[in-house]
Design a binder for this molecule. Structure first.
Ligand SMILES: [Mn+2]
Length: 382
């Protein structure tokens, strides 16, 4: 049987104030087409279905229409709450819609509410896989309920203990597919993940999902494999200029006996997003090609250009951000120790910055305020 792993739809999101509803609608058309063409039996959304607790009405309607299209085609839709969703609102009526094939998991008590699934065309009634959907667990809110320390690793570990115990007792013959919305870093072989050991943020190791045949993760918006069986699908639409540099994808999962084999499905670009770098004259000369795009411009002119913003807007209606990159800034991008700089922790970067600017060491209070602010920003950003 076949399952499609997605996450972080963020319905209702805007891109620097620009409405993304049409892009979301186009993506969901693409998703339904993919499901039909590839004979998918179930679609997973590993959290952040909506961008905010109270989504716009058109976003609610878009989700409702998409769920109806999938269920009408006999496809199961499994949804769990992310840190952007209201677990209360998303979970409304979930016991009522579950028998129809819309499986919503938003509460701690839903963690071991198993979803055994079978292929539509299978000859018998036996399920081929059992899905467990762990909603976003804010350590500060749930650690006491689990009786564990206030860390992501501890609360996810406690949730996975429940999953493993339930699967062993009720579905020992089935491969376990677990969904989670969390920061997860690999052990060996995932140097792309920086350790952020601050506040209550932290990252959980991939080994927390031991015992699962596959972990379908949400939260990080760039697609990435932490291990072959622990993956982030990433968001289907870019929500920042830097994110637009990485192609988007969904992950097709083929369940064959005890093995689950992932294959990436590229997602087309439904909103053109471009960062253009050059002199004012160069940008204007090449503007026609980007007339439909959302654009960030980085000017390399050595001097400020009079009225640059207004003049560029005339040829680039989607211009969102304008900045100047002086020659010195460009040179710094090529610094030989850039890799070493990237490997430093956020705290080290901050203390080095304070020393550089003030000529003295960073004070404890400054470091505390920075860590608190960074933790809050990371929570909101993901
Ligand atoms: Mn997200």
């Amino acid at each position: 049987m076949r399952i499609l792993h997605t996450s972080d739809w963020h319905l209702g999101r805007t891109f620097f104030g620009v409405d993304l509803h049409r892009a979301h609608a186009a993506f969901l058309d693409f998703l339904v087409d993919t499901v039909v063409d590839s004979e998918v039996d179930a679609v997973l959304v590993a959290g952040d279905v909506y961008d905010r607790a109270i989504p716009p009405q058109e976003s609610l309607e878009l989700f409702d229409a998409t769920a109806q299209r999938l269920l009408a085609a006999g496809v199961h839709l499994v949804v769990s709450s992310g840190n952007h969703d209201s677990f209360m609102r998303l979970g409304m009526g979930r016991r009522l819609v579950d028998p129809a094939g819309l499986h919503v998991r938003t509460r701690l008590s839903d963690i071991d509410w198993a979803i055994p699934l079978r292929a539509r065309d299978s000859r018998d009634d036996d399920p081929a896989v059992v899905v467990y959907a762990i909603p976003y667990l804010e350590p500060g809110l749930v650690h006491a309920r689990f009786g564990v320390p206030r860390t992501h690793t501890a609360v996810l570990g406690a949730a996975m203990d429940r999953v493993r115990a339930h699967a062993a007792a009720h579905h020992p013959e089935l491969p376990v597919l677990v969904m989670a919305h969390a920061f997860v870093a690999g052990g060996a072989g995932s140097e792309s993940e920086r350790d952020i050991g601050i506040g209550g943020v932290g990252v959980a190791p991939a080994s927390v999902f031991d015992g699962a045949a596959y972990a379908a993760l949400g939260h990080l918006h760039r697609p990435q494999a932490i291990t072959p069986a622990v993956r982030y699908s990433g968001s289907p639409i870019p929500f920042s200029f830097t994110e637009a540099l990485t192609p988007k994808q969904m992950i097709l999962l083929d369940v064959d006996g005890p093995t689950i084999t992932p294959t990436a499905v590229p997602v087309p670009e439904f909103t053109a997003i471009a960062t253009l770098r050059g002199t004012f004259a160069e940008i204007v000369a090449g503007a026609a090609e980007h007339a439909e795009s959302l654009v960030a411009v980085e000017l390399t002119d050595p001097e400020r250009v009079d009225g640059a913003l207004g003049r560029l807007r005339q040829v680039l209606p989607g211009l969102i951000r304008l900045s100047y990159l002086r020659a010195g800034d460009l040179g710094q991008l090529e610094l030989p120790d850039a890799a070493a700089a990237a490997a430093r922790s956020d705290g080290e970067v901050f203390t080095a910055f304070v020393e550089d600017v003030t000529g003295r060491a960073a004070r404890r209070g400054e470091i505390d305020r920075f860590e608190t602010a960074l933790a809050a920003a990371l929570r909101e950003d993901a």
